[in-house]
Design a protein around this ligand. Structure first.
Ligand SMILES: *Cc1c(COP(=O)(O)O)cnc(C)c1O
Length: 346
């Protein structure tokens, strides 16, 4: 069996989750008549301390709609240079909303108020209008780094001061909560809009839930309808989300322990260098330039040994732990990395 560390999106629904999906009470979601969807949205809105929430087919659509509902063409978003919304969403802010992005070079995805303020445009007719700041919790390409609560609070306060909307891409917000012991609401109180992905560490097959004020969610519904994100008997999906909130949140700590074990295991491998020494959550990024193999060759070597990881640059690989990775598999993956690195050294 392949040891799949490619992403935490690679999980299969567990038997318990499949049962919950099969038995879900359903209705017409786009008319507000699906009781399971309504329960999930109410639960996540309450968890975030927001007035309302809505279910969307993907996290990407959560980001898209947050931008579309809150920005006008010609507006500008400030985000970290590593951010998902900047790099891996097909240029959606520009393509769909006519919005430009201004990037900040943070520390593994976490930037400071000073960096934000340097990126905010002074109000000038000739300049784009700075409109939104995006906090990615945790930072995917920042090796799963957790934004500390004080950093989120500081950015939130600066956003208010500069008249910006603060948006949290909380694809892995619950990983941040479990890793830091800080509640979702404590983080979310500092932003206007926030979402979490059901299909990452929570182990669901599909979906994201976006939360904010009632007025925002009303406008978001219009965009959901417009983009074709309105569904029918989506309770089948929501039931997986409800099941995951009951059974798959606390166990994220296991994924974090597994990621630490993986990082500790590969640290001594010759020519391998971790992108960041600390492992905050479930993502490990490591550079293999010192082994004289490029990332693709290293990925191919691992694949031959039954381990799947992704290349995130010419020299960097990303390994992500999740529900379907056992501690024994992590040990085997460590051996595979060390083995390849040692062979290169000979
Ligand atoms: C995965 C991810 C997304 C997009 O979510 P999808 O459900 O894959 O569309 C957005 N932001 C971050 C940080 C992610 O990791």
């Amino acid at each position: 069996m392949v040891i799949d560390l490619y992403s935490d999106t690679q999980t299969r629904p567990t038997p318990g989750m499949r049962r919950a999906m099969a038995e879900a009470e359903v209705g017409d979601e786009q008319h507000g008549d699906d009781p399971s969807v309504n329960r999930l949205c109410e639960r996540i809105a309450a968890m975030m301390g927001k007035e309302a929430a809505l279910l969307l087919p993907s996290g990407t659509m959560c980001n898209n709609i947050a931008v579309l509902a809150q920005c006008r063409p010609g507006d500008e978003i400030v985000a970290d240079a590593l951010a998902h919304i900047v790099n891996v969403e097909g240029g959606a802010p520009a393509a769909l909303a006519g919005v430009s992005t201004r990037t900040v070079a943070g520390d593994n995805g976490v930037f400071t108020v000073e960096q934000l303020e340097a990126a905010v445009r002074p109000p000038k007719r000739a300049a784009p209008r700075s409109r939104m700041v995006v906090i990615e919790q945790t930072s995917n390409h920042g090796m799963g780094r957790v934004w500390p609560l004080e950093a989120v609070a500081a950015i939130g306060a600066a956003a208010v001061h500069h008249g910006l909307v603060a948006h949290m891409d909380g694809a892995r917000l619950l990983n941040a909560c479990v890793a830091s012991g800080v509640g979702a609401q404590a983080f979310a109180q500092h932003v206007d809009t926030v979402w979490l992905d059901l299909s990452k560490g929570l182990g669901c097959p599909i979906g994201g839930v976006l939360a904010g004020s009632a007025a925002f969610i009303e406008e978001a519904w219009r965009w959901k309808q417009r983009l074709g994100g309105a569904m029918r008997q989506a309770g089948v999906i929501a039931a997986a989300g409800l099941y995951a909130l009951d059974h798959h949140v606390e166990r994220l700590a296991d994924d974090h322990a597994a990621a630490r074990a993986f990082a500790d295991g590969i640290r001594p491998a010759p020519g391998v260098r971790l992108a960041r020494d600390a492992v905050d959550s479930n993502i490990v990024i490591f550079d293999v330039a010192g082994t004289k193999l490029d990332a693709e060759a290293f990925v191919a070597g691992l694949a031959k040994r039954g381990v799947r990881v992704g290349a995130v640059s010419a020299t960097r690989l990303r390994a992500v732990t999740h529900l379907d990775v056992t501690p024994a598999q992590v040990e085997a993956a460590v051996r595979a990395v060390c083995d390849i690195a040692a062979q290169q050294g000979r």
